[in-house]
Design a protein around this ligand. Structure first.
Ligand SMILES: [Zn+2]
Length: 331
């Protein structure tokens, strides 16, 4: 087994340089498919993730996605939506997927003909959730966004300032027509509570990145729920170190390390100089994120000086590797 597993990213680092980087980091990757409206595009990316895992099962695994439902003008969902999705998931799971993902466009983008946003606890999904539970397949939910998404974009020190500056279409502050952070989290919580036999991972600290106590409350309430830390390391690092350490130690079997690196172009298709530069940057980023969990004292994460979490070695083994294997059977 590899020492480390990045349980949430989107990185097609195939070819010798990429494989050497993973060997140096002693790392296996869980690539997550992101289902978007452009079906051809996301299926093509998924095919790359699938083929990487087939060729290098010691270094790569993958999580499948599925299409959003469509609705007729009379408000009726497309006929046989669940059957169509389940048939495709059947094929993806047979091809080696170790989980299935739902993305934030559920709850934040797709509006039903009734004018209501499609939420993750919509009954249209129940047959799919039942199917995943029967198969014993893990569902990973990127539902909602950081709380900053609904707040004014006026603090450059906020870890999410850069993303919403570059992606204003996802910045919800001042929008009365969209569900609030609380509405979206409530729908997610109802869904997790309503399917206690389904294993669910809340990506990005379950969109409760602002306070480990809010995450802890869900972990207490839902035994079928775990979280990944992807793209939220700074949110953890900026909270009180002692509290965060106690939180991670207490829930040491239910927190999965992830980076959320997005680099979908297969490295094998890029010029050698470009690959070398990407490998350096990627390796540095993953190494520094891995290091934060164990390090004592100050270190740099992105442009910030933060204090390392200084977890004991056995907790590091869980969070940085073993938990991904626990929560994604087959990985
Ligand atoms: Zn992601």
């Amino acid at each position: 087994m590899t020492a480390h597993i990045d349980a949430h990213l989107h990185l097609s680092c195939d070819g010798d340089v990429g494989l050497q980087m993973l060997a140096d980091l002693d790392l296996k990757l869980l690539n997550i498919s992101v289902p978007q409206p452009d079906r051809q595009k996301w299926r093509a990316r998924t095919a790359v993730f699938r083929s990487l895992a087939a060729r290098h099962p010691d270094r790569f695994a993958w999580v499948a996605g599925f299409d959003l439902p469509t609705f007729a003008a009379d408000g009726q969902p497309e006929r046989d939506y669940a059957e169509r999705v389940i048939a495709e998931l059947d094929a993806d799971l047979a091809a080696g997927a170790v989980g299935v993902k739902i993305w934030k466009n559920v709850g934040m983008e797709l509006i039903k003909p009734s004018g209501q946003y499609l939420m993750v606890d919509d009954p249209i999904y129940d047959p799919i959730y039942d199917y995943l539970q029967t198969r014993g397949t893990t569902l990973v939910l990127h539902i909602g966004e950081p709380r900053s998404c609904w707040r004014p974009l006026d603090d450059p020190a906020d870890p999410h300032y850069g993303y919403y500056s570059r992606n204003p279409q996802w910045h919800m502050y001042g929008r009365q027509d969209v569900p609030s952070h609380g509405d979206i989290i409530d729908a997610r919580d109802r869904m997790v509570a309503g399917h206690p036999g389904l294993r669910v991972i809340g990506a990005h600290l379950a969109s409760l990145e602002y306070d480990v106590d809010a995450v802890a409350q869900r972990l207490e309430e839902f035994p079928n729920f775990a979280v990944d830390t992807s793209a939220r390391l700074l949110d953890l690092a900026l909270q009180d170190t002692t509290r965060v350490r106690a939180f991670v130690e207490h829930y040491r079997e239910r927190i999965l390390f992830g980076t959320d690196i997005v680099d979908a172009t297969p490295w094998s298709t890029l010029p050698a100089a470009d690959v070398a530069a990407r490998a350096r940057l990627t390796q540095d980023r993953i190494a520094s994120e891995l290091a934060w969990y164990g390090k004592a004292g100050d270190m740099q994460i992105r442009d910030r000086t933060v204090q390392g979490l200084q977890l004991p070695a056995d907790v590091l083994d869980d969070v940085l590797g073993r938990n991904a294997e626990r929560w994604y059977p087959g990985l």
